[in-house]
Design a protein around this ligand. Sequence first.
Ligand SMILES: NC(=O)c1ccc[n+]([C@@H]2O[C@H](COP(=O)([O-])OP(=O)(O)OC[C@H]3O[C@@H](n4cnc5c(N)ncnc54)[C@H](OP(=O)(O)O)[C@@H]3O)[C@@H](O)[C@H]2O)c1
Length: 275
Amino acid sequence: MSTHVTLNTGHSMPLVGLGTYPLQGRTAIDAVLTAVDAGYRLLDTAASYGNEAAVGAGVRESGLPRKDFFVTTKLRGEDHGAAKARAAIEGSLERLGLDYVDLYLIHWPLPRLGLYVETYAALLELAREGLIRSVGVSNFTPEHLDAVVKETGVHPAVNQRQVSPTHAQAALVDAPQGDPTVLQAWSPLERNTGVLEHPVIVEIARRVGKAPSQVVLRWLLDRGIGVVPKSGDPGRQRENIDVFDFRLDAADVAAITALDTGKPVRLDPDTHEEF
Ligand SMILES: NC(=O)c1ccc[n+]([C@@H]2O[C@H](COP(=O)([O-])OP(=O)(O)OC[C@H]3O[C@@H](n4cnc5c(N)ncnc54)[C@H](OP(=O)(O)O)[C@@H]3O)[C@@H](O)[C@H]2O)c1
């Protein structure tokens, strides 16, 4: 069972990573260290989370070589635009204490600004200079994806979106075969607001001998989606990455997919303003 996916840039990305929002300071560093012990190598941070320095400190305190990690960070809304992209990535690298990031995402498309296409093109240039291994996007709809591909001819390596049982995102998941953009789910556990107690999930978990969180994460992985669950708790971190020794049968996958409410996600990519 694959634990990694090869991106269209040729780089290998772990399918399970550690979400780090809203961990801060020493708590964030300790979360990185316990996650590394549990086997995590993908760390998901963002300029807007205010914890890039802590994530970078965790990388160094782990004692593992930089090349063993896959570090993702994200460009803030206030840094959209070709003129600001270089300073944005250089600021993130300085806070992280790293000389490159594995994956740099445009955090939100902010179509009102009309700058996400030129920002994406500028990031592709910075990747050629070696500051970024893979350029991706986050919270991009199919329309936003089409716009950047039309302009640059380069598909984003990753699109990080809110995907979970009640927001199954069929339009994104069922992208045309051969779509080179890897989908990665944020809030895969719905921030533990009820999905882990849903009777359908609980019954499958009991039957397959796994935790509800593991069933939800496996369901995402089985649909070809990477995941970045956040936990600051060493036990839950171990649970969330221990998802490579079982599969769900087609009926269970369908039963979980049927929990989709079809309702729009809480933060609409077309109107959400994240700065
Ligand atoms: N691109 C974007 O716009 C965007 C937006 C939001 C988030 N993200 C990223 O995605 C990451 C994950 O999303 P999220 O933090 O919103 O939601 P999440 O990972 O779905 O849920 C995190 C919550 O679930 C709890 N939890 C974790 N593992 C659990 C388990 N095995 N059993 C029970 N509860 C568990 C955590 O508590 P404990 O810590 O106490 O375990 C925490 O309260 C973020 O940290 C961030 O890196 C990206």
